[in-house]
Design a protein around this ligand. Structure first.
Ligand SMILES: [Zn+2]
Length: 162
């Protein structure tokens, strides 16, 4: 570290302690030339987090769970192995992180899921596509589908979808 007092580029660490529940390491250093002391902080770099741009323009952190719930709901009781579903979600997630650096339109995620479901199971694909186009947003759709499932479970509403 360059000494803030004399600009010399060599020091020794005289004290080192974790703070903020281990997220930050604070180091007291002493310049080997002028012997003055200064402090540095070390923290893990924030990993790049992709934001999803919803149709109304708001941005929310990318959330794998929304895709999982959307896919689960679309697949319903179709004989599709869990492994195939989670692989599909993995692929969508990887594509998003590979092709979008900071922001991804929610529409693009929906289309990716549609495309992959189409190869996996036609019925699930149609369910997903029709629901997705109705809601226009994966998070909203996942929530609605979860609520619907609860209502169906309660017997208050027959499955109008499945
Ligand atoms: Zn110095």
């Amino acid at each position: 570290m360059i000494c803030p007092y004399c600009g010399h580029n060599d020091d020794k660490v005289i004290d080192s302690r974790a703070s903020d529940a281990g997220k930050v390491i604070r180091r007291r250093r002493q310049c080997l030339k002028c012997a003055k002391r200064f402090t540095t902080y070390e923290r893990v770099e924030e990993t790049s987090r992709v934001l999803v741009v919803k149709r109304d323009g708001t941005r929310v952190p990318f959330n794998r769970e929304n895709i999982v719930r959307g896919v689960q709901a679309a697949c319903g009781k179709r004989p599709i192995p869990e492994e195939a579903k989670s692989r599909l979600v993995d692929e969508v997630e990887e594509t998003v992180h590979r092709e979008y650096e900071r922001e991804v339109p929610s529409r693009a995620i929906g289309e990716l899921v549609c495309e992959k479901l189409r190869h996996l199971d036609e019925v699930a694909y149609i369910r997903f596509a029709s629901e997705y186009h109705r809601f226009k947003d994966l998070g909203e759709m996942a929530q609605e589908m979860a609520e619907l499932k609860e209502r169906v479970k309660d017997g208050k509403e027959q499955a109008r979808l499945f």
